[in-house]
Design a protein around this ligand. Structure first.
Ligand SMILES: *Cc1c(COP(=O)(O)O)cnc(C)c1O
Length: 370
């Protein structure tokens, strides 16, 4: 049995380091907004090529607080991807604004700049560029459109920490960038956590205030905020893992190259890395019109797979009414992707022998389903 993801291997390898970090925090007696969080914020901001990091409770909160920091609210529209995890759009609802869905580029699964242009109205305030599966969105045209139309850019880099575009790290393009440290992400906490990174001082200050009850000074509440901090225990564990991220990213890229060699020639669409993007393979996701039969055959052969995602966001009951540009006719690539995508086992500790076994099983399964 080869699982789609296995977090126990990573934690077994880092056990001593993680336990030492946890002990350090327990001994300090400091659990919220302390030195570990501050250090992690500086380290992650530096990785993203910007000056400020603000730890929050989740990637979803990072998106919500970013929109609030931009004063996006009722009456405003935000253009976001029709094909992503739900939070890329639900955060817009949380901010009181209206998500407007744009279709994806069928090859990279990221927002198609031409479709973004189509989705913009006089009410549009911001664009959320999702770097899905770890492949950066096409930032040059997206930033150019946003500049020309006076819109803010928010990067949803929940799946893409460490990725780059034209030699620059994701996180350095948007007005604000949102990271998730959900346990299965490329840098995962042992619980929920997230971060906003930005180079803009005033937006950083605003997110810092919003995450702590709208307060920068104890018991002085300037505005309605939230209780959304990244705690010291998670920060300390994440700092241990952050040292290993470059090695893990390299392992993911090797894994992807090995899959792509072994699966070449099959009637499957394989992930592409389109220049100038540097892909970090949060997922290695193939496409087939016979996806469901393939997943079933692989399960029978002991290979775990996952669907990211079985419905486009505007197809979710939550969004069925209300979103503009939300029908299958308007976002055909998103709908088609949701029927065809299949994520193979993908995590840095996967061995070459396991990758070979997965590829072998895929050859068998493809023969079987014809
Ligand atoms: C995981 C994820 C989020 C949300 O992050 P949480 O930490 O789970 O709240 C947002 N956007 C994308 C693309 C994600 O994959």
């Amino acid at each position: 049995m080869i699982p789609q993801i296995d977090l126990t291997r990573q934690h077994a390898a880092l056990r001593a380091e993680l336990l030492a970090a946890a002990e350090r925090v327990l001994a300090s007696g400091r659990f919220i907004l302390g030195p570990e969080g501050k250090a992690l914020e500086a380290e992650v901001a530096a990785l993203c090529g910007v000056r400020h990091g603000i730890g929050v409770a989740s990637g979803t909160d990072a998106l919500h607080l970013s929109l609030r920091a931009l004063d996006v609210g009722p009456g405003d529209e935000v253009v976001t991807s029709a094909f992503s995890f739900v939070a890329s759009a639900s955060a817009v609802l949380h901010a009181g604004a209206r998500p407007v869905f744009a279709d994806i580029d069928a090859e990279t699964f990221a927002l198609d700049p031409a479709q973004v242009e189509r989705a913009i109205t006089p009410r549009t305030r911001a664009v959320i560029a999702v770097h899905l599966y770890g492949h950066p969105a096409d930032m040059d045209p997206l930033v150019a459109i946003a500049r020309r139309r006076g819109l803010a850019v928010v990067e949803d880099a929940a799946q893409a920490i460490g990725a780059a575009y034209a030699g620059r790290p994701v996180g350095s393009f948007g007005d604000l960038t949102c990271l998730s440290f959900y346990p299965t992400k490329n840098l995962g906490a042992c619980g929920d956590a997230g971060m906003v990174v930005t180079d803009r001082e005033e937006l950083a200050e605003r997110v810092r205030r919003l995450r702590d009850h709208g307060s920068r000074e104890k018991y002085q509440h300037a505005e309605l905020g939230y209780s959304s901090r990244l705690d010291e225990l998670q920060a300390a564990l994440l700092r241990v893992k952050l040292h290993h991220l470059p090695g893990w990213t390299a392992a993911r890229r090797r894994l992807a190259a090995r899959y792509s060699t072994l699966l070449a020639g099959l009637p499957l669409a394989l992930p592409r890395e389109r220049p100038p993007a540097l892909h970090v393979y949060h997922h290695y996701t193939v496409r087939s019109p016979k996806r469901d039969a393939l997943a079933k055959a692989l399960a029978e052969l002991g290979i775990g797979t996952a669907l990211h995602y079985p419905l486009p966001i505007p197809g979710q009951p939550l969004f069925r009414s209300g979103g503009a540009l939300a029908t299958e006719a308007e976002c055909p690539h998103a709908w088609q992707a949701s029927r065809e995508v299949l994520s193979l086992p993908c995590f840095p500790e996967l061995t070459d022998a396991e990758i070979d076994a997965v590829a072998h099983a895929i050859h068998l399964a493809m023969n079987r389903i014809g």
